[in-house]
Ligand binder design. Sequence first.
Ligand SMILES: [Zn+2]
Length: 183
Amino acid sequence: MDPTPISWRGLMVTKAMHQLLHSVSWGPLDVLFLDLPPGTGDVQLTINQEVVVDGAVVVTTPQDIALRDAVRGFGLFSRMDIPVLGMVRNMAFFACPQCGHQTRIFSHGEHHHHNSEDWGAVAECKRLGVDFLGDIPLDARVCEDADRGVPTVVSEESDDRSARRQAFLGVAEQVAKKVGLQW
Ligand SMILES: [Zn+2]
């Protein structure tokens, strides 16, 4: 793997996005997901100029600083008239592989709030009138699945009780319904 970083700016980003959207042989797609880094810039603006976007899903982590970035993302999308489909909280908790105990390792504010549902991302979503789509756990198996190129929903398909699998499916179902896909 070549460790040299590539830095894309301005016109290069615009050109690369144009090629990605129009020159790639995508084949028949139900949906095209663009996974973007945090930030509010050229890429989002270019995408909105090149294609009709059904909506944006904003992903945060539990830290205050991540949530502030996510809220800025809402502002950007609404200025571009892109509907915000909702917010997902990634790395919401660590699930111990030995005993299954869930620890909210990034949620320092949790200690001050008896009801964690009323704190952080969920509260911000209520305030902004945006749907909170769900929590994704921080779990070594999710990382392993990603490294193997096999999404957790597929690798654990045979296990209906898999909490990891259900976490992804719960988010996917809501997004699918919002953009008019069959579920
Ligand atoms: Zn444990």
